[in-house]
Write a protein that binds this ligand. Structure first.
Ligand code: OSB
Ligand code: MG
Length: 369
Protein backbone atom coordinates (compact mmCIF):
# COMPACT_ATOMS: atom_id res chain seq x y z
CA UNK A 1 0.00 0.00 0.00
CA UNK A 2 1.31 3.38 -0.92
CA UNK A 3 1.00 5.79 2.01
CA UNK A 4 -0.33 8.75 0.02
CA UNK A 5 -1.13 11.16 2.83
CA UNK A 6 -0.90 11.24 6.61
CA UNK A 7 -2.92 13.54 8.85
CA UNK A 8 -2.18 14.50 12.43
CA UNK A 9 -4.88 15.92 14.68
CA UNK A 10 -4.25 17.15 18.18
CA UNK A 11 -7.52 16.65 20.01
CA UNK A 12 -8.71 17.31 23.56
CA UNK A 13 -11.50 15.35 25.21
CA UNK A 14 -12.99 16.23 28.58
CA UNK A 15 -13.19 13.26 30.95
CA UNK A 16 -16.54 12.65 32.65
CA UNK A 17 -14.67 12.71 35.95
CA UNK A 18 -11.10 13.57 36.95
CA UNK A 19 -8.60 10.70 37.05
CA UNK A 20 -5.95 10.81 39.79
CA UNK A 21 -2.92 8.54 40.25
CA UNK A 22 0.01 8.60 42.68
CA UNK A 23 1.79 11.01 40.33
CA UNK A 24 -0.68 13.15 38.40
CA UNK A 25 -4.29 14.20 37.89
CA UNK A 26 -6.12 14.46 34.57
CA UNK A 27 -9.37 16.24 33.78
CA UNK A 28 -8.92 16.64 30.04
CA UNK A 29 -7.35 13.98 27.87
CA UNK A 30 -5.27 15.32 24.99
CA UNK A 31 -4.18 12.93 22.27
CA UNK A 32 -3.06 12.75 18.67
CA UNK A 33 -5.20 11.01 16.09
CA UNK A 34 -3.18 9.78 13.12
CA UNK A 35 -4.92 9.04 9.81
CA UNK A 36 -3.18 7.32 6.92
CA UNK A 37 -4.76 7.55 3.45
CA UNK A 38 -4.13 5.02 0.72
CA UNK A 39 -6.07 4.04 -2.38
CA UNK A 40 -9.39 5.52 -1.21
CA UNK A 41 -9.07 3.97 2.25
CA UNK A 42 -8.33 5.61 5.61
CA UNK A 43 -6.77 4.02 8.70
CA UNK A 44 -7.04 5.59 12.15
CA UNK A 45 -4.64 5.34 15.07
CA UNK A 46 -4.36 7.01 18.45
CA UNK A 47 -1.14 8.22 20.06
CA UNK A 48 -1.52 7.98 23.84
CA UNK A 49 1.22 10.39 24.92
CA UNK A 50 0.05 12.64 27.76
CA UNK A 51 -0.14 16.36 28.47
CA UNK A 52 3.04 16.10 30.56
CA UNK A 53 5.88 13.61 31.07
CA UNK A 54 4.25 11.94 34.07
CA UNK A 55 3.54 8.38 32.99
CA UNK A 56 6.48 8.31 30.59
CA UNK A 57 8.80 10.95 29.11
CA UNK A 58 6.65 11.39 26.02
CA UNK A 59 4.19 14.24 25.72
CA UNK A 60 1.78 15.37 23.02
CA UNK A 61 4.38 17.90 21.85
CA UNK A 62 7.31 15.45 21.72
CA UNK A 63 5.11 12.95 19.88
CA UNK A 64 3.96 15.58 17.38
CA UNK A 65 7.58 16.56 16.76
CA UNK A 66 8.80 12.98 16.34
CA UNK A 67 5.87 12.07 14.09
CA UNK A 68 6.12 15.19 11.93
CA UNK A 69 9.89 15.47 11.62
CA UNK A 70 11.01 11.83 11.69
CA UNK A 71 8.37 9.08 11.52
CA UNK A 72 6.21 10.55 8.76
CA UNK A 73 9.17 11.47 6.49
CA UNK A 74 10.44 7.89 6.94
CA UNK A 75 7.27 6.32 5.51
CA UNK A 76 5.34 8.91 3.48
CA UNK A 77 4.91 8.01 -0.19
CA UNK A 78 6.37 4.57 0.32
CA UNK A 79 4.83 1.27 -0.58
CA UNK A 80 4.53 -0.67 2.67
CA UNK A 81 2.73 -3.96 3.03
CA UNK A 82 3.26 -5.07 6.63
CA UNK A 83 3.72 -3.68 10.13
CA UNK A 84 7.17 -5.34 10.17
CA UNK A 85 8.12 -3.32 7.10
CA UNK A 86 6.76 -0.12 8.64
CA UNK A 87 8.70 -0.72 11.86
CA UNK A 88 11.91 -1.40 9.91
CA UNK A 89 11.63 2.13 8.46
CA UNK A 90 11.16 3.57 11.97
CA UNK A 91 14.04 1.61 13.46
CA UNK A 92 16.69 4.37 13.20
CA UNK A 93 14.49 6.53 15.45
CA UNK A 94 15.33 5.66 19.03
CA UNK A 95 12.69 5.60 21.75
CA UNK A 96 9.41 7.52 21.42
CA UNK A 97 7.26 4.37 21.44
CA UNK A 98 3.95 6.23 21.76
CA UNK A 99 4.64 8.34 18.66
CA UNK A 100 5.54 5.22 16.67
CA UNK A 101 2.58 3.26 18.05
CA UNK A 102 0.10 5.95 16.92
CA UNK A 103 1.37 5.74 13.36
CA UNK A 104 1.57 1.96 13.41
CA UNK A 105 -2.01 1.70 14.72
CA UNK A 106 -3.29 3.76 11.77
CA UNK A 107 -1.34 1.45 9.47
CA UNK A 108 -2.89 -1.68 11.03
CA UNK A 109 -6.40 -0.28 10.59
CA UNK A 110 -5.61 0.57 6.96
CA UNK A 111 -4.12 -2.90 6.38
CA UNK A 112 -7.18 -4.59 7.85
CA UNK A 113 -9.47 -2.54 5.55
CA UNK A 114 -7.31 -3.40 2.53
CA UNK A 115 -7.50 -7.10 3.43
CA UNK A 116 -11.23 -6.97 4.20
CA UNK A 117 -10.89 -8.25 7.75
CA UNK A 118 -11.37 -6.96 11.27
CA UNK A 119 -8.27 -5.80 13.13
CA UNK A 120 -8.94 -8.48 15.75
CA UNK A 121 -8.83 -11.17 13.08
CA UNK A 122 -5.72 -9.68 11.44
CA UNK A 123 -3.89 -9.71 14.79
CA UNK A 124 -4.84 -13.32 15.46
CA UNK A 125 -7.67 -12.69 17.92
CA UNK A 126 -9.68 -15.70 19.01
CA UNK A 127 -12.31 -14.24 21.37
CA UNK A 128 -15.62 -12.60 20.53
CA UNK A 129 -15.73 -10.65 23.81
CA UNK A 130 -13.11 -9.38 26.18
CA UNK A 131 -13.25 -9.12 29.95
CA UNK A 132 -13.62 -5.56 31.15
CA UNK A 133 -12.20 -4.21 34.40
CA UNK A 134 -12.18 -0.70 35.78
CA UNK A 135 -9.37 1.46 37.13
CA UNK A 136 -10.55 3.74 39.93
CA UNK A 137 -8.46 6.84 40.64
CA UNK A 138 -7.55 8.22 44.06
CA UNK A 139 -10.68 9.65 45.74
CA UNK A 140 -11.09 12.39 48.33
CA UNK A 141 -11.85 9.96 51.14
CA UNK A 142 -12.63 6.31 51.87
CA UNK A 143 -16.45 6.63 52.09
CA UNK A 144 -16.43 8.22 48.62
CA UNK A 145 -14.29 5.39 47.27
CA UNK A 146 -16.62 2.76 48.74
CA UNK A 147 -19.57 4.45 47.03
CA UNK A 148 -17.71 4.55 43.70
CA UNK A 149 -16.86 0.85 43.96
CA UNK A 150 -20.47 0.03 44.82
CA UNK A 151 -21.69 1.95 41.78
CA UNK A 152 -19.12 0.40 39.41
CA UNK A 153 -19.97 -3.10 40.65
CA UNK A 154 -23.63 -2.39 40.03
CA UNK A 155 -22.74 -1.43 36.45
CA UNK A 156 -21.20 -4.88 36.01
CA UNK A 157 -17.45 -4.35 36.40
CA UNK A 158 -16.12 -7.57 37.86
CA UNK A 159 -12.53 -6.54 38.54
CA UNK A 160 -11.69 -3.39 40.42
CA UNK A 161 -8.28 -1.75 40.24
CA UNK A 162 -7.47 0.91 42.82
CA UNK A 163 -4.79 3.53 42.39
CA UNK A 164 -2.61 3.62 45.51
CA UNK A 165 0.20 5.77 46.90
CA UNK A 166 1.89 6.18 50.30
CA UNK A 167 -0.86 7.38 52.65
CA UNK A 168 -3.64 6.01 50.39
CA UNK A 169 -2.93 2.30 50.50
CA UNK A 170 -3.11 -0.06 53.47
CA UNK A 171 -5.88 1.87 55.24
CA UNK A 172 -7.85 2.07 52.00
CA UNK A 173 -7.41 -1.59 51.04
CA UNK A 174 -8.39 -2.67 54.54
CA UNK A 175 -11.63 -0.68 54.37
CA UNK A 176 -12.40 -1.95 50.87
CA UNK A 177 -11.80 -5.58 51.85
CA UNK A 178 -13.96 -5.19 54.94
CA UNK A 179 -16.84 -3.92 52.80
CA UNK A 180 -16.21 -6.19 49.76
CA UNK A 181 -14.45 -9.34 51.04
CA UNK A 182 -14.70 -11.34 47.81
CA UNK A 183 -14.34 -9.00 44.85
CA UNK A 184 -11.52 -9.38 42.33
CA UNK A 185 -9.31 -6.54 43.50
CA UNK A 186 -5.89 -5.19 42.55
CA UNK A 187 -3.79 -2.09 43.15
CA UNK A 188 -1.65 0.11 40.88
CA UNK A 189 1.03 2.34 42.46
CA UNK A 190 2.41 3.94 39.27
CA UNK A 191 5.94 3.69 40.69
CA UNK A 192 5.20 5.43 44.01
CA UNK A 193 7.42 3.25 46.24
CA UNK A 194 11.06 2.20 46.54
CA UNK A 195 12.67 -1.02 47.65
CA UNK A 196 13.30 0.70 51.01
CA UNK A 197 9.50 0.38 51.54
CA UNK A 198 9.78 -3.41 51.51
CA UNK A 199 8.28 -4.05 54.94
CA UNK A 200 5.46 -1.62 54.18
CA UNK A 201 4.76 -3.29 50.83
CA UNK A 202 4.63 -6.72 52.50
CA UNK A 203 1.39 -5.60 54.14
CA UNK A 204 -0.28 -5.72 50.70
CA UNK A 205 -0.21 -9.52 51.08
CA UNK A 206 -3.02 -9.24 53.65
CA UNK A 207 -5.64 -8.31 51.06
CA UNK A 208 -5.74 -11.21 48.63
CA UNK A 209 -5.04 -8.97 45.65
CA UNK A 210 -4.99 -10.37 42.11
CA UNK A 211 -1.75 -8.42 41.66
CA UNK A 212 0.15 -5.29 42.61
CA UNK A 213 0.94 -3.19 39.54
CA UNK A 214 4.19 -1.24 39.17
CA UNK A 215 5.06 -0.63 42.83
CA UNK A 216 8.64 0.55 42.12
CA UNK A 217 10.37 2.93 39.75
CA UNK A 218 9.18 3.38 36.16
CA UNK A 219 12.32 1.94 34.57
CA UNK A 220 13.31 -0.55 37.24
CA UNK A 221 13.52 -4.31 36.84
CA UNK A 222 16.16 -5.29 39.41
CA UNK A 223 14.46 -3.95 42.54
CA UNK A 224 11.16 -5.46 41.41
CA UNK A 225 12.86 -8.86 41.27
CA UNK A 226 14.06 -8.33 44.85
CA UNK A 227 10.57 -7.26 45.94
CA UNK A 228 8.81 -10.13 44.14
CA UNK A 229 10.94 -12.63 46.09
CA UNK A 230 9.57 -11.14 49.32
CA UNK A 231 5.93 -10.74 48.27
CA UNK A 232 3.21 -13.34 47.94
CA UNK A 233 1.11 -10.99 45.83
CA UNK A 234 2.07 -11.29 42.15
CA UNK A 235 3.75 -8.18 40.79
CA UNK A 236 2.47 -6.94 37.44
CA UNK A 237 4.71 -4.59 35.50
CA UNK A 238 3.37 -1.69 33.46
CA UNK A 239 5.76 1.29 33.05
CA UNK A 240 8.92 -0.86 33.23
CA UNK A 241 8.12 -3.00 30.18
CA UNK A 242 8.92 -0.90 27.12
CA UNK A 243 10.06 -3.59 24.69
CA UNK A 244 9.75 -7.35 24.13
CA UNK A 245 13.33 -7.58 25.44
CA UNK A 246 12.28 -5.91 28.69
CA UNK A 247 9.53 -8.51 29.01
CA UNK A 248 11.98 -11.37 28.56
CA UNK A 249 14.41 -9.86 31.08
CA UNK A 250 11.63 -9.24 33.60
CA UNK A 251 10.44 -12.85 33.35
CA UNK A 252 13.97 -14.29 33.42
CA UNK A 253 14.85 -12.34 36.56
CA UNK A 254 11.52 -12.87 38.34
CA UNK A 255 10.72 -9.14 38.39
CA UNK A 256 7.03 -9.90 37.78
CA UNK A 257 4.55 -12.74 37.30
CA UNK A 258 2.07 -10.83 35.13
CA UNK A 259 2.46 -8.22 32.40
CA UNK A 260 0.16 -5.33 31.56
CA UNK A 261 0.47 -4.80 27.79
CA UNK A 262 -0.20 -1.33 26.39
CA UNK A 263 0.49 -0.93 22.67
CA UNK A 264 1.50 2.72 23.13
CA UNK A 265 4.08 1.97 25.81
CA UNK A 266 5.78 -0.78 23.79
CA UNK A 267 5.89 0.99 20.42
CA UNK A 268 2.82 -0.53 18.79
CA UNK A 269 0.60 -3.53 18.25
CA UNK A 270 3.40 -5.56 16.66
CA UNK A 271 5.54 -5.40 19.80
CA UNK A 272 2.43 -5.86 21.93
CA UNK A 273 1.74 -9.10 20.06
CA UNK A 274 5.36 -10.20 20.46
CA UNK A 275 5.14 -9.71 24.23
CA UNK A 276 1.84 -11.58 24.23
CA UNK A 277 3.40 -14.46 22.27
CA UNK A 278 6.39 -14.66 24.61
CA UNK A 279 4.16 -14.70 27.69
CA UNK A 280 1.78 -17.25 26.18
CA UNK A 281 4.71 -19.57 25.40
CA UNK A 282 5.85 -19.31 29.02
CA UNK A 283 2.42 -19.59 30.62
CA UNK A 284 2.58 -16.02 31.94
CA UNK A 285 -0.82 -14.28 32.09
CA UNK A 286 -1.21 -10.89 30.40
CA UNK A 287 -3.95 -8.28 30.15
CA UNK A 288 -4.39 -5.08 28.19
CA UNK A 289 -3.83 -1.83 30.06
CA UNK A 290 -5.44 1.48 29.20
CA UNK A 291 -4.40 5.09 28.74
CA UNK A 292 -7.86 6.68 28.90
CA UNK A 293 -8.20 6.18 25.15
CA UNK A 294 -10.89 7.58 22.89
CA UNK A 295 -12.91 5.02 20.97
CA UNK A 296 -10.17 4.82 18.33
CA UNK A 297 -7.47 3.64 20.73
CA UNK A 298 -9.99 1.59 22.68
CA UNK A 299 -11.06 -0.32 19.55
CA UNK A 300 -7.43 -1.26 18.85
CA UNK A 301 -6.95 -2.35 22.47
CA UNK A 302 -10.08 -4.50 22.27
CA UNK A 303 -8.79 -6.16 19.09
CA UNK A 304 -5.49 -6.88 20.85
CA UNK A 305 -7.19 -8.20 23.99
CA UNK A 306 -9.04 -10.75 21.83
CA UNK A 307 -5.78 -12.73 21.54
CA UNK A 308 -5.73 -15.97 23.54
CA UNK A 309 -3.08 -14.98 26.12
CA UNK A 310 -5.17 -12.10 27.51
CA UNK A 311 -6.56 -14.21 30.31
CA UNK A 312 -7.05 -11.52 32.99
CA UNK A 313 -9.59 -8.67 32.96
CA UNK A 314 -8.37 -5.64 31.02
CA UNK A 315 -8.33 -1.90 31.80
CA UNK A 316 -10.79 -1.51 28.95
CA UNK A 317 -14.01 -0.01 30.24
CA UNK A 318 -17.12 1.23 28.44
CA UNK A 319 -16.94 4.52 26.50
CA UNK A 320 -19.33 6.14 29.02
CA UNK A 321 -16.81 5.64 31.83
CA UNK A 322 -14.55 8.15 30.09
CA UNK A 323 -16.63 10.34 27.74
CA UNK A 324 -20.00 12.01 27.57
CA UNK A 325 -19.77 11.48 23.81
CA UNK A 326 -17.13 9.29 22.20
CA UNK A 327 -15.79 10.14 18.72
CA UNK A 328 -16.81 6.73 17.38
CA UNK A 329 -20.11 4.96 16.76
CA UNK A 330 -21.35 2.78 18.20
CA UNK A 331 -19.82 3.47 21.63
CA UNK A 332 -18.41 0.52 23.58
CA UNK A 333 -20.85 -0.75 26.17
CA UNK A 334 -20.47 -3.11 29.09
CA UNK A 335 -22.46 -6.32 28.68
CA UNK A 336 -24.24 -7.78 31.68
CA UNK A 337 -21.55 -10.45 32.05
CA UNK A 338 -18.85 -7.79 32.52
CA UNK A 339 -17.48 -8.06 28.98
CA UNK A 340 -17.19 -5.85 25.91
CA UNK A 341 -18.00 -7.34 22.50
CA UNK A 342 -15.16 -7.41 19.97
CA UNK A 343 -16.31 -5.62 16.79
CA UNK A 344 -16.43 -7.82 13.71
CA UNK A 345 -16.57 -5.01 11.12
CA UNK A 346 -13.59 -4.11 8.94
CA UNK A 347 -10.52 -2.65 10.62
CA UNK A 348 -11.29 -1.16 14.02
CA UNK A 349 -14.91 -2.14 13.40
CA UNK A 350 -16.29 1.19 14.59
CA UNK A 351 -17.12 4.36 12.63
CA UNK A 352 -15.19 7.54 13.37
CA UNK A 353 -17.75 10.36 13.41
CA UNK A 354 -16.20 13.23 11.38
CA UNK A 355 -18.22 16.09 12.98
CA UNK A 356 -17.32 14.93 16.48
CA UNK A 357 -13.65 14.52 15.61
CA UNK A 358 -13.66 18.02 14.08
CA UNK A 359 -15.29 19.50 17.20
CA UNK A 360 -12.49 18.29 19.52
CA UNK A 361 -9.63 19.10 17.13
CA UNK A 362 -7.26 21.84 18.34
CA UNK A 363 -4.66 21.57 15.58
CA UNK A 364 -4.40 19.68 12.30
CA UNK A 365 -1.65 19.11 9.77
CA UNK A 366 -1.66 17.03 6.59
CA UNK A 367 1.44 15.62 4.93
CA UNK A 368 1.21 14.53 1.28
CA UNK A 369 3.60 12.40 -0.71
O1 OSB B 1 -1.09 3.11 35.05
O2 OSB B 1 -2.51 1.88 34.10
C1 OSB B 1 -2.09 3.01 34.34
C2 OSB B 1 -4.41 5.67 32.87
C3 OSB B 1 -3.49 6.55 32.34
C4 OSB B 1 -2.16 6.30 32.50
C5 OSB B 1 -1.73 5.16 33.19
C6 OSB B 1 -2.65 4.25 33.70
C7 OSB B 1 -4.03 4.53 33.56
C8 OSB B 1 -5.09 3.69 34.11
C9 OSB B 1 -6.47 3.79 33.50
O3 OSB B 1 -4.95 2.99 35.09
C10 OSB B 1 -6.74 2.73 32.50
C11 OSB B 1 -7.92 3.05 31.61
O4 OSB B 1 -9.05 2.81 32.03
O5 OSB B 1 -7.72 3.52 30.47
MG1 MG C 1 -0.54 1.10 35.46
Amino acid sequence: MKLEAIELRYIEMELVEPFETSGWRETVRPCIIVTIYSDGLAGYGECVAGAGPWYSYETIETAWHILKDFCIPAVLGQDISSAEELQAKLKPIRGHPMAKAGLEAAFWDLLAHAQNVSLAKLLGGTKDRIESGISIGIQQDIPTLLRVIEQRRAQGYKRIKLKVKPGWDINVLRAVRQRFPDIALMADANAAYTVADLSHLKQFDEFNLLMLEQPLDYDDLIDHSILQRELQTPICLDESIKTPDDARKALDTGACKIINIKPGRVGGLLNAKRIHDLCLSRGVPVWCGGMLETGIGRAANIALASLPGFVLPNDISASARYWREDIIEPPFVLERDGTITVPTGLGLGVRVVPERLERVTQRREVFRA
